[in-house]
Ligand binder design. Structure first.
Ligand SMILES: [Zn+2]
Length: 419
């Protein structure tokens, strides 16, 4: 049974400690390679450094249709065993769930991807375009060993028309209706630093100095009080339509909370540094602001607004330190119709709804490099609140029924898009 197959594979995958840093994803890639090769799939390992391999395999298509990639990452975030009820790398199967770091983010999905492509290969499935499986390194830190590097160094290995990745699949019950959420766009992470200047001096005589920290407090106040104008982009518009809501205000609480950060950029001051000594008034204070922009917006677009909000009577500089994500895929696609038909088969009264997510995934590398239509969709009946509570936290686990549902979805997507 595919259900047992995916359970067992996930359990073994969790037992391979791929905590990033340092990652050591090669061990996970080798385990997957052994499994896939036993099912007749030739695998290729691509590694910038030997211990951080990415694995790619494919069922070659006949060449007269689009290609589809199952994308997943094999690295996981740190787990502190003291906080867990089971050892985090045990892969223990208990009460219908597989426990361990990565069960949800995202070895569970990787194992389902592997079982879906392996089972199709066993059945002799001949797709029109290539069906590709990629298990990549270094998503959680993003130091350039994973998909970013693959797209640059080995584009032919991962070039694809469609991709299915993490980032969505939650099942929402709202006002008696059921919705399955599919992520089709992501906000951009564009943090910036505000560098505030003053003049140092002995803290016992504040009058002789100009305290950069005190000035920064004013700027922090201004940026956090700022309410940027809202706009309804295509994902939120489609979400509202699906829920029959005329406006965001009409949405039930849970849905409104989901949509709220997707209406405008957000600015959250999160870090500050000033004097290194208690008795020295700082001449410099640096504030880091976590900033998330709507897809289609760049740091250059938003910088004039930030300066306006901060005012010009205090002396400061702004520096954006990175800009990642912020891409979207079209909503009217064959992949979207595959999501819809899957949802209709799984739960006839339910509906698929698109969403833009506030965080970002590896999908943006594919969108940027190849114009891939990439969606985050792994259907899960596990309640979203529980999921949110254990991802990147203690007692991460996934219901075996969700793994099975995932395999069914992936096989459906491959058959729908590629035959
Ligand atoms: Zn992830």
């Amino acid at each position: 049974m595919l259900k047992d197959e995916v359970t067992q594979l996930l359990s073994r995958l969790i037992q391979v400690d791929t905590t990033n840093p340092p990652g050591n994803e090669t061990a996970a890639a080798e385990l997957l390679r052994d499994y896939l090769q036993a099912n007749g799939l030739e695998c290729e390992l691509y590694a910038r450094t030997p211990e951080r391999a990415n694995l790619v395999t494919r069922i070659k298509g006949t060449g007269d249709g689009p290609s589809l990639l199952f994308l997943g990452h094999t690295d996981v975030v740190l787990a502190d065993p003291a906080e867990w009820s089971v050892p985090p790398f045990s892969g223990e199967v208990r009460d219908g769930e597989v426990w361990g770091r990565g069960a949800l983010d995202m070895k569970g999905m990787v194992a389902s991807h592997a079982v879906a492509i392996a089972s199709l290969a066993r059945e002799g499935f001949t797709p029109k375009g290539d069906l590709i499986f990629a298990a990549t390194a270094d998503e959680e830190v993003g130091d350039g060993f994973g998909l970013e590097w693959l797209c640059e160094a080995h584009p032919d290995a991962v070039r694809c028309d469609f991709a299915i990745n993490e980032g969505g699949g939650d099942r929402l019950e709202l006002g008696g209706n059921v919705y399955w959420v599919c992520s089709t766009a992501e906000k951009m992470s564009a943090p910036f630093r505000i560098r505030v200047k003053g003049r140092s001096g002995h803290a016992s005589m504040p009058g002789i100095a100009d305290n950069a920290l005190v000035k920064a407090a004013t700027l922090i106040d201004r940026i956090s009080a700022y309410e940027p104008p809202r706009e309804i982009q295509q994902e939120v518009a489609a979400f509202l339509r699906a829920l029959d809501a005329g406006s965001v205000e009409e949405l039930p609480d849970v849905a409104r909370e989901m949509v709220e950060p997707l209406l405008a950029p957000t600015f959250s001051p999160t870090m500050i540094s000033a004097s290194q000594k208690r008795n020295v008034i700082p001449a410099l204070c640096e504030v880091t602001v976590d900033c998330r922009l709507l897809p289609g917006t760049t740091p250059a677009d938003v910088e004039p607004t930030i300066r306006q909000v901060l005012g010009n009577e205090l002396e400061y500089e702004i520096e954006f330190t990175e800009a990642q994500g912020g891409t979207r895929s079209a909503l009217d696609t064959e992949l979207w119709r595959a999501v819809e038909s899957f949802v209709a088969e799984t739960e006839p009264t339910s509906k698929a709804v698109p969403i833009c997510t506030a965080g970002f995934t590896d999908s943006h590398w594919l969108r940027e490099a190849f114009g891939t239509v990439a969606y985050g969709f792994f259907p899960a009946r596990m309640p979203s609140e529980l999921m949110a509570a254990v991802i990147h936290s203690a007692d991460e686990r996934v219901p075996i029924d969700d793994l099975e549902l995932g395999v069914t979805w992936l096989r459906h997507a491959a058959r729908t898009l590629l035959s």
